[in-house]
Design a protein around this ligand. Sequence first.
Ligand code: PEP
Ligand code: MG
Length: 889
Amino acid sequence: MTKYVYDFTEGGKDDKDLLGGKGANLAEMTKLGLPVPPGFTISTDACRAYLEQGQEPDGLADEVSTYLAAMEEARGKRLGDPHDPLLVSVRSGAKFSMPGMMETVLNVGLNDESVKGLAVVADGNERFAYDSYRRLLQMFGSTVLGIEASVFHDALDELKAARDTRNDLDLTADDLSGLVETYKKLVAEHSGRDFPQDPREQLDMAVRAVFESWNTERAVLYRRQERIPHDLGTAVNVCSMVFGNVGADSGTGVAFTRDPASGAQGVYGDYLQNAQGEDVVAGIRNTVPLADLEQIDKSAYDELLTTMALLEGHYRDLCDIEFTVEHGKLWMLQTRVGKRTAEAAFRIATQLADQGLIDLDEAVARVTGAQLAQLMFPRFDTDAERTLIARGMNASPGAAVGRVVFDSPTATEWAARGDDVILVRRTTTPDDLAGMVAAKGILTSRGGKTSHAAVVARGMGRTCVCGADDLDVDVKGRRFTAADGTVVEEGDVISIDGTTGEVFVGAVEVVDSLVVRYFEGDETAGGDELVQAVTRLMEHADGVRRLQVRANADTPEDAARARRFGAQGIGLCRTEHMFLGDRRELVERLILAEDAKEQQAALAALLPLQRDDFTGILEAMDGLPVTIRLLDPPLHEFLPDYTELAVQVALEEERGEDDPHTRQLFDAVKRLHEDNPMLGLRGVRLGIVIPGLFTMQARAILEAAAARTAAGGDPQPEIMIPLVAAPQELELMKAEVIAVAAEVEKETGTKLRFKIGTMIELPRAVMLAEEIAGSAEFFSFGTNDLTQMTWGFSRDDVEASFFSTYLDKGVFAVSPFESLDTEGVGKLVAHAVSKGRAARPDLHLGVCGEHGGDPDSIHFFDSVGLDYVSCSPYRVPVARLEAGRSATA
Ligand code: PEP
Ligand code: MG
């Protein structure tokens, strides 16, 4: 038969799956000989069985009896004994801490008789006994019997009002004994049953309530947010009670072995004299700093400090501790490896390495890319005042403050005159790029984390909140309205937090990141202790990682920044942005061209401009590979909007005007209009359908490379063909590129060194990876499109439309556009890797979709053997760190 119950003497810290975090650590402390009150843990197996069967599994009740008897023996008291009752606490404790999410019942074992016995053994302290009983009634009533907590709070408040006090401590034993009667009546009235007087029934009901609290709405929600699996269940810890509220020589407190906010070493925590733990939580009385305990009770304080040092050395990490002092005796009620801020995580990891408690591999494992990302963005001063008006998706982290503008030209104009601006749009399009560059932050009311606004903002390291759908954005009226009715006009100041997705009216104080200043070359920042901790761990991560890290960058400035941030090349240079702005007219000419000659003329005019684009980027990345992707998006993105143009044509007709250019443009836009442009004329299809387009781009790249080589540089271009589905498509384009390369070599007299490869973005390309590898020197997984095409989700729409329902229903725990769907899309990646390498063992493999900067996805890419990940420049350090963590895992 399955064993469901474990004495605290039976387990250890590695048994979290079975005993939950709290139970495992209580067992560990017991094993270390620390003063833990005797008790036992009912395992997560029992919880799962209970939830499955809807009742206690066979044998559980008997086991509880056996372990209860052992606890009674150890304490020399019996549960609910009318003369000297043993009381127990019943606490939840899952594998992963879920603070405040599940239930706790204290003082189980009190009833109308044993309360009197408790008063006698507590040296006649009736007040304490009745206070304990009313606490049990209150906790039992609300958590086990499901009565609204306010029912009890209101009765307590009424009593305090009648006694003309606001402090519980002013209530007398008689007051509390009267309150017990009131509570019992309330229990009967609201639950339809009397409070159980049988201590064992109390215990069994409390255990059941803890099991059931695993599935409360708030617990489910918390698990979803924290990505904790729903099938783990919780353990239940039944611990003999010790009391901090039996006089001035007693008390309760929390302690940290280091400051969880800064990581500094010292004595951190709070103490509350003559109190129980929930008094601290309820904030009824003010705690004193833990250091004050030295004055209050030197011997308990010294023992606590020795215990803290022992626990930290044993766990080799920051521990947080809950303890109680009962008549001068120290009792340990809980410990665990403590949560900490990002800053503290880096400091503590390096301190522990310096102390020789952990090695640098482990130090790197103790910090995360997400924590590093937090340190890299400016943030709002935590003490600053703020007024929240909306929440959207945290699309690109950071804190931005500025005047609201509603279009790109205004953003550029106001920024040029020195204003900080926040560009607010319903959604953004490539047309808004200049405004996005000029703005400090971007706020949209529609679109998800892979919407245009989000992707571009992340790429630029610009703060972005997207999909704040409570905001009504009225671009024409130049204002937006929040759900609470707040109207923000153009020019008003707002603050947006891209780390939390929050939007505030007015200016919130911002603090710069020293870590970024250091990466950017500001040596003075290197003196900062936190920066030193970060650099030390980064250096170690760089030393151990196998996976290389490149950047997605489209401009020389981004390329240079990426290099400063440690990028080992460019994994994706998107060329579409180079076709906007002043060049839009040339692109229009290309699209409107009526014959080959006009088309060639338009291409010839674009060529020198493109060459300059590539010259700057190859220079910034000299000596490192630069993967340049030939034009990918559907052409209509470079033309005016279909509807707007239709209106214009209709108006012109009405006025009897007939501008041939408008008409020609409208015809072209109509011709190119597609219902599903993402599945339309884009990627390699453009190269095949528009003769000379890809050749022009290839020529621009190769001429730029030839010029750099001639100037003594070391350009390493890699020409990448997007959205290939068939080997034939790649072969057609490859032939063109090779032909143009031969021409450029001849014209310049320079030997060119370059690669030709493809993106893997379509399931068909995955299935034909072996054949495609015949013509490709490299594959770069475009996991944005691969996710879109595999799931059949439109990446631009889906996150704002039904993803929240999918997340709520648990179809997935996180958007597959954010973190790679390793079960589905990941299998396609793995398949293409193995087939591609089978055909060409030296095939170079990378990923350039958004997942290249996502910590979990990076570990996956390392595990399937990719050579590099490529991500936006600001995520490069995060990716380096995660690649290091993956290597040491
Ligand atoms: C991709 O599809 O993953 C990719 C990198 O290309 P884009 O996002 O430009 O479509
Ligand atoms: Mg793509």
